[in-house]
Design a protein around this ligand. Sequence first.
Ligand code: SF4
Length: 494
Amino acid sequence: MKVKMILPALAEAESPFWRPIKYSLFPPLGLATLAAYLDPEDEIDLQDQHVETLNLDDNPDLVVIQVYITNAYRAYKIADHYREKGAYVILGGLHVTSLPEEAAPHADTIFLGPGEETFPAFLKDFKNNQAKKRYFSAKRTLAGIPPIRRDLIKRNRYLVPNSIVVTRGCPHHCDFCYKDAFFEGGKSFYTQQVDDALAEIDRLPGKHLYFLDDHLLGNYRFASGLFEGMKGMNRVFQGAATVDSILRGDLIEKAAEAGLRSVFVGFETFSPENLKQSNKKQNLKKDYEAAVNRLHSLGIMINGSFVFGLDDDGQDVFKRTVDWGVQNAITTSTYHILTPYPGTKLFKDMDAQNRIVTRNWDMYDTRSVVYKTTKLTAQELKEGYDWAYKEFYSWSNIFEASLKHDSAKHKLKHLFYTGGWKKFEPVWNFLIKTKSLNNMLPVLESILSKVRSTGNTKNKYAEDSINEPVERENLYNKKRIKYKLHDFHEKINA
Ligand code: SF4
């Protein structure tokens, strides 16, 4: 059987602000995961429109398309095209799960929720000519999933071909997040077996890994087993975690010991009102600066995520957020305009209040204002968002933030990572054009190498500046007491 698997490009791909490198980072892991359920005899062509021109002149028997909100219209066109040619077309992904009635007319079969159980069930039915119109995932487990078909991935077209996912979902329930809509009707956070995850890591060449999990530290037992197993594997890795998980216990130390060198943290907002509005309880009353200092003391760089446009945001939010990032030596910042994705509680609430101003999904790109704002006008929000990006990534702020670290190596790492990411677009474009992006991996690995002398100027707990074992032990105990007290305060404040 001839199978075509397609990740259509997001609408942002046509924007004048399109940065090709941003969309050449990770291969379509979800499709490569599903491909593992196909027969080894099947002829599979996996195409990612972000890094290659789609070949639509072929005649596959089965077409599998992954649909996100801003590639939905494009995905439907591709689906219609292949159905006209007589192929059997299936659609799945976040947007299909949120709006199945919209997607269904463009597909022979649609998938709701994760596909690990439903895709093999579909394949069985398909072979018996009994495929259903709709498959809904109820049973959620990662036990026994076959190894991802990484052979289908064109590694040289991605900066981070070694992306990996070892959990699904997240234990939290933020109102603006897709997670609850996607996992509705079953478990919304579950993990692989530690041994399976380690085996998957072992199959990956090179040193660098990027965990695309929503919350790598979300399950203590799993994460500590994983990090224990990774010790000695000589890996450097990046991943995502919450403020709360960074402050609690010793998991972040274990992660650093296993090779964690950079982490994506959802700070989102400094306003308790906004946190309550978004049900982001895990960030309430948390000391963001303590989390930052703890990460810096472990030599971990930080990608901070921030949302603009929540109802408590006034005109000062942009400058305050940028200044905080620079003063706290955040390595990279990702800013978003609040976006009420269909299927989320935020969308339902805004819709009920008649605040949704457009249902053109191409605009749901977190750079456009698609709802009625409160304290800010839509124009102020858009201009403030654009200003924040420009300002945070100005050379003067990149230098100022870099210099906050107290070790020369950490300063340089910060400078190269941030400057390299945002200021060398022609170099990235050249590497993409020549399909040699993968050659930059050793550079990334060396930037992510361990910082011996750690911590920023505010941090008095930099372990590597202590030589004597006794001193080190005292420091460790002090640190433990400090964080234990923090946990205690959190508990009595909860
Ligand atoms: S913590 Fe992150 S992944 Fe989890 S529900 Fe909130 S926004 Fe979604």
